[in-house]
Design a protein around this ligand. Structure first.
Ligand code: S3P
Length: 443
């Protein structure tokens, strides 16, 4: 348990948040199936990404943690085995709490000549896997839910011929898209994945850097990712992972909410498919400026954030829905905290995916914010928050969900009395030094 007290002092100073989780996972996976070595700097050493490393070590990939000889920068070197060089694991692959590891790895395993079994913790064993079982089966893979409940453990039989497909995903999910794309790398014809809105496009951007011919198209109906010329070898490369905007979001909201705050968060990834939180908060009056913008493959910038009063439109309402939702899906818990303090009614729609994250986040957000005194109602696909009510510290049940724990630690900074995060260790899934970094900004 960790207790957070109301902050009467502004947050000040500057900070680097750890590397982006989605990019860190992919750098290991794509490096593992490439020819040659991949050198990764800025890698996120958190529970989820370490699960990915362990799984690929079990598949015979050599992965080393070293320091760059000249400047001592921590580096991960992946000695790629090529598309066809992975070896059979000797036991079940364990993905811990990581949906990204489970779903993306399944796409790769579906195309291997050997059998494998994959499972994770009690949260993973409840998350829907039909969304990948269905398209992988259409591609010719043999993948099934061992318990017959469309969840992990998943049994994947090897030696199947993978065929390219055109798939219309009912959800805008980068995990589903990436799983299909990864299996598609092994197919004998092109693969196209349509999604109702563009989900994070790290797979597309990064695979291109590894030499894959992959393209995105976006139009009014949605978006598509297409792999052309599958089967070509991937070439190992150098990857510098930017700071994770999902981790930065906690401190962005903290600085907006605690009076007088003025902070800089360095080197944060601002890929448009991830940056919905910046645009929504800015529309609500947040003072966030982007400095030192660097337009690399994955663009990044320093974020300068100052205390701001958040508000809605002239009717005192603010609606968050549609195509922006996938670009801020992991930030909705901390956004709900911001909305609870804003001078307006916020309506979040089209976010039913929140129910199938590490916890049912619609329930976890609403239950805990209500317990703190907020006026909030869950809906089928989101929530309605009548902002501006006084918040009071209370016991927060995180459901072992890292993003709920961190969001409510920030809520605690503006709540009267103490806010007790009962299961705070779960922050290690994505941000092991979260409380240390928060303390640094509060000094
Ligand atoms: C992720 C995609 C998102 C996100 C998750 C990471 C990824 O999930 O919520 O934390 O790295 O591809 P969905 O694609 O299922 O929405």
């Amino acid at each position: 348990m960790i207790s957070i007290e109301k902050s009467y002092k502004p947050l000040t100073g500057d900070i680097f948040v750890p590397g982006d989780k989605s990019i860190s996972h992919r750098s290991i996976m794509f490096g593992a199936i490439s020819e040659g070595t991949t050198e990764i700097t800025g890698f996120l050493k958190s529970g989820d990404c370490l699960s990915t490393i362990e799984c690929f070590k079990q598949l015979g990939v050599q992965i080393e943690h070293t320091q760059r000889p000249l400047n001592g920068v921590p580096t991960i070197t992946v000695h790629g085995k090529g598309l066809h060089g992975l070896t059979a694991p000797t036991s079940t692959l364990y993905t811990g709490n990581s949906g990204t590891t489970t779903r993306l790895l399944s796409g790769i395993l579906a195309a291997q000549p050997f059998d494998s079994m994959i499972t994770g913790d009690s949260s993973i064993e409840k998350r829907p896997m039909n969304r990948i079982i269905k398209p992988l089966t259409q591609m010719g893979a043999d993948i099934s839910s061992v318990m017959g409940n469309d969840c992990a453990p998943l049994m994947i039989k090897g030696g199947k011929r993978i065929m390219g497909i055109t798939y219309h995903s009912p959800v805008a999910s980068a995990q589903v898209k990436s799983c299909i794309v990864l299996a598609g790398l092994y197919s004998d014809s092109d693969t196209v994945v349509y999604e109702p809105a563009l989900s994070r496009n790290h797979t597309e951007l990064m695979l291109r850097a590894f030499g894959v011919d992959i393209h995105n198209e976006v139009d009014v109906r949605g978006s598509s990712a297409t792999i052309l010329h599958p089967g070509m070898p991937l070439r190992g490369t150098k990857i510098n992972v930017p700071g994770d905007i999902s981790s930065a979001a906690y401190f962005i909201v903290a600085a907006l909410l605690v009076p007088g705050s003025d902070i800089i968060i360095h080197n944060v990834g601002i890929n448009k498919t991830r940056a919905g939180i910046l645009s929504i908060l800015t529309q609500m009056g947040a003072d966030i400026t982007l400095e030192n913008v660097n337009e690399s493959i994955e663009p990044r910038a320093d974020l300068h954030v100052r205390y701001s009063k958040l508000h809605g439109n002239e009717n005192g309402r603010f609606e968050v829905c549609g195509k922006i939702i996938p670009t801020m899906i992991d930030e909705l818990p901390i956004f709900a905290v911001a909305a609870a303090t804003a001078n307006c009614t916020t309506i979040i729609k089209d976010a039913a995916e929140l129910k199938v994250k590490e916890s049912n986040r619609i329930d976890a957000i609403c239950k805990n914010l209500k317990a703190m005194g907020a006026d909030i109602e869950p809906t089928d696909d989101g929530m309605i928050i009548h902002g501006g009510k006084r918040l009071y510290g209370t016991d927060i049940e995180c459901e072992a969900d890292h993003r709920i724990a961190m969001s409510f630690a920030i809520a605690g900074l503006v709540a009267d009395g103490s806010t007790r995060i009962l299961d705070e260790k779960c922050v290690g899934i994505s941000y092991p030094s979260f409380f240390k970094d928060l303390t640094k900004l509060m000094k």
